[in-house]
Design a protein around this ligand. Structure first.
Ligand code: G6P
Length: 369
């Protein structure tokens, strides 16, 4: 086992680092910067079928559901396709209304989650095309759906998903941009720029990893907090949810993620002096609103840990702690921000002497409904 960990103390830390190569491998052969094109040859859909799509229905559980939630923003914002997302254990029992032109996408790193398989069987009864995003070749889901896109993350041993999540996001970006191209919503020129930026992501993640000691220091300061809150907006709302889930899973700290705009509708009542509140504050269309949220949190004497771009000279005036990521486009910022949150969860669990790779009560895949 020590050899498999390649010098890392835990599989989770190794897998956080492996995101650099995992994203690179997931992109390999799928993007052409020169032509501004995305190639997804495993997708069994014609250009005409893509153009005629009227809706995407995403089905997933846990961390994969968080990836799907970002997918919803991408399909709607980039490709102009209406997108619904359901938690699989809910989907089956709510008598969903389905119409022609729907593509169902199941996201499951293991390909074995019983709730996801059951939801896929339900959606297939409506005769819509099905696509799975998974990390495990030959897993059960791959035998049931029309098309399979594989994340090239390699085996993930740590129960808390890290590199499978960021590679799921990578494929969702590619899929949404491909659909946008086919439907004339984005130009090849825009896509060239997007691919250039996407190709930079592995290197930018490496820069975050090079500064992991700063995240460790922050984690140690708050490792014995009673509760932790995570706030994000727009594309980084799913990342706030994922940050809270990672912390819960491996450090057993109470953590909640919220859309930052919802703070004032209830969660703000929970804030006490010194409560750590992680706020994702990388630059984008909601940046000013996020600054307002930071002020709301500070006014209640809670402690703000901001995740911000490394060129942001303003944020330090408002936040108590600033954890930086390399400057990127707003669109791709979730891929960087999540790495900081994974490290925060990891080092918090380490400071609390938790069983990081095999947290209590959790399994890598849940094969009962
Ligand atoms: C389990 C794992 C989670 C995972 C969820 C869905 O609960 O502990 O990390 O997100 O299952 O797994 P899947 O394989 O379907 O992505």
């Amino acid at each position: 086992e020590a050899a498999e960990k390649a010098g890392y103390e835990h599989f989770m830390l190794k897998e956080i680092h492996e995101q650099v190569s995992a994203i690179h491998n997931t992109l390999a052969g799928k993007v052409s910067e020169l032509e501004g094109t995305i190639y997804l040859k495993e997708l069994n859909m014609t250009e005409d079928e893509i153009r005629k799509l009227s809706r995407v229905q995403i089905l997933a559980c846990g961390t994969s559901w968080h990836a799907g939630l970002l997918g919803k923003y991408l399909f709607e914002q980039l490709a102009g396709i209406h997108c619904d997302i359901d938690i699989c254990s809910e989907y089956r029992y709510r008598n969903p209304v389905m119409n022609d032109g729907t593509l169902a996408i199941a996201i499951t790193q293991s390909g074995e989650t019983a709730d996801t398989l059951a939801a896929v069987r339900e959606v297939m009864s409506y005769n819509c095309p099905t696509l799975a995003i998974t990390n495990v070749v030959g897993s059960t889901i791959t035998r049931e759906v029309d098309s399979v896109l594989y994340t090239r993350a390699g085996p993930e041993i740590g129960v808390a998903a890290t590199k499978t999540f960021s590679t799921q996001l990578t494929l969702l970006y590619l899929l949404a941009v491909k659909f946008a191209l086919s439907r004339g919503k984005l130009s090849p020129n825009y896509v060239k720029g997007f691919i250039t930026d996407l190709r930079k992501v592995p290197g930018q993640i490496q820069q975050i990893l090079n500064q992991k000691e700063i995240v460790k220091e922050c984690a140690e300061i708050f490792a014995h907090a009673k509760s932790y809150f995570f706030l994000g907006r727009h594309l980084n709302y799913p990342i706030a949810l994922e940050g809270a889930l990672k912390l819960k899973e491996i450090s057993y700290l109470h953590a909640e993620g919220f859309a930052a705009g919802e703070l004032k509708h209830g969660p703000i009542a929970l804030l006490e002096k010194g409560t750590p509140v992680v706020i994702i504050a990388t630059k984008g269309q909601t940046y000013d609103k996020v600054l307002s949220n930071i002020k709301e949190v500070k006014a209640r004497d809670a402690t703000v840990i901001a995740i911000a771009g490394n060129k942001d000279s303003e944020i330090g005036k408002y936040a108590d702690v600033v954890l930086t990521v390399p400057q990127s486009s707003e669109l791709l910022s979730p891929l960087l921000n999540v790495v900081v949150l994974q490290l925060l969860a990891y080092y918090t669990a380490l400071a609390r002497s938790c069983s990081i790779d095999k947290p209590r009560n959790l399994a890598k895949s849940v094969t009962v409904e």
